[in-house]
Write a protein that binds this ligand. Structure first.
Ligand code: USQ
Length: 395
């Protein structure tokens, strides 16, 4: 049994990850300051269904499974608060119950502002994204450096760090030959949003920590995630993760399904040739778990590309159309002027075998899998707000 700290335990991926680890017998503590919920409220993004707060979710989880997920509410940009999670102070202040050693074996770091459009709303949201994301990563790094260098950090990066270069994308590293000599460097990064740029900066911070202090870190370069249910959330409707379909926090597959359900023509940005690597939310959990089971070594920044298959936006729209029609919906598509600055027709050939090599078994986006997500969204059709689907936040 391991002590696992999950930073950002209230988010789309954080809460399902907490249940996944708890179900497998680990001592799980989630930390969150409700950044995402508050941002949804502030920006009036709407949600498919209401989600109980962390304490309520944890109580429900305990009632159903007999297992305990500890909850700490606090702001990880505060270095003292973060350090308290590693040196037993928080324990002595009575936030943790007996059982938590105060020395986590693994920290899973999801506590970041995850939306590209949010980061480009205006300079204030750009600043919030930069300060939140970089301070939390830096606080975590220093806490581990000063208080326990055996803690394995699993950080969620993004495939967006690489952008869409005209060469094959490797898993994190590239060997370069130059004037008869060679060396290995981080793969060139060129993000197309400020949010994605903070993830590049995270990687740079962590690479510094690994080189200088011998920290052990896994950085998972994740593509856009889709889906709702996991094997744990199906135990009760109120254990479902937060599901956004709005322009700011909704990712494209979840958005297209929701749009199809309410008869809103699918919002294909530009030509729709943008290709990305996608994964089911169930695979995020699997990938993080496998990375935890076979940790990086001290002095290693291990990078995996966390995607299972690639699609263009058009391919996703066609799939949503086909599946929606088979469920009796009349799905329409529309090409709208792309509010983002991104290539709409580009080379894309990322490598992504590292996670498979350590045992991940992918779920693919088949018609059946998409139909299951459609059925869940259809159950909540009355909650879907058309006015939050497209606002046109420009880069
Ligand atoms: N897109 C549309 N129509 C829409 C929404 C999106 O055509 O209504 C297009 C976008 O222009 C983009 C693609 O679909 O080309 C993916 O967009 P997205 O909003 O699903 O994903 P993105 O903004 O890239 O960000 C999401 C997560 C982020 C994560 C990233 C992985 O929000 O946290 O890091 O996926 S990746 O894209 O690989 O960088």
């Amino acid at each position: 049994m391991s002590d696992i700290l999950i930073f950002g335990g209230d988010g789309y991926l954080g809460w399902p990850t907490a249940m996944y680890f708890s179900q497998r017998g680990h001592n799980v503590t989630v930390v969150d300051n409700y950044f995402r919920r508050n941002a949804c409220l502030e920006l009036d993004t709407g949600m498919l269904y209401p989600v109980p707060n962390l304490k309520e979710r944890s109580k429900l989880w305990h009632n159903i499974t007999g297992l305990e997920i500890r909850v700490v509410i606090g702001d990880l940009t505060d270095a003292e608060f973060t350090r308290g999670l590693f040196d037993g102070r928080t324990l002595s202040e009575g936030i943790f119950e007996i059982g938590f050693s105060g020395i986590p074996d693994t920290v899973i770091h999801y506590a970041e502002q995850p939306s590209a459009p949010y980061s480009l709303l205006n300079y204030k949201y750009a600043n919030k994204t930069i300060t939140n994301n970089l301070l939390i990563t830096n606080n975590l790094m220093f806490a581990v450096k000063d208080l326990n260098r055996q803690t394995h950090i699993i950080h969620i990066g993004t495939m967006g760090e690489y952008g869409t270069p005209n060469i094959d994308i490797e898993e994190g590293w590239l060997e370069i030959k130059h004037k008869g000599r060679k060396d290995k460097f981080l793969f060139p990064r060129q993000a197309s949003s400020l949010y994605h740029t903070t993830k590049i900066m995270d990687t740079d911070l962590m690479w510094f920590g690994v080189r200088t202090w011998g920290l052990k870190i896994t950085d998972l370069m994740q593509g856009p995630v889709y889906g709702v249910e996991t094997d744990e959330s199906i135990l009760d409707d109120s254990l479902k993760t937060i599901f956004n379909y709005d322009e700011i926090f909704g990712t494209v597959v979840n958005r297209f399904i929701t749009q199809a359900v309410v008869g809103y023509p699918l919002t294909i940005y530009g030509k729709g040739g943008q290709t990305r690597g996608y994964l089911n939310i169930k695979d995020t959990l699997q990938c993080v778990y496998k990375a935890f089971q076979s940790p990086a070594k001290n002095g290693e920044l291990r990078i995996f590309n966390q995607i299972m298959e690639t699609f263009t936006v058009l391919e996703l729209a066609d799939l949503a159309c086909k599946v929606g029609d088979s469920l009796g919906l009349n799905v329409k598509l529309q090409n709208i002027d792309n509010p983002r600055k991104e290539s709409e027709n580009h080379y894309y050939n990322p490598s992504y075998h590292g996670l498979i090599d350590i045992g991940v078994v992918p779920h693919f986006l088949t018609e059946d899998v998409m139909a299951d997500i459609f059925r869940i969204v259809m159950k909540f059709k009355k909650n879907i707000r058309r006015d939050v689907i497209f606002k046109g936040i420009k880069w």
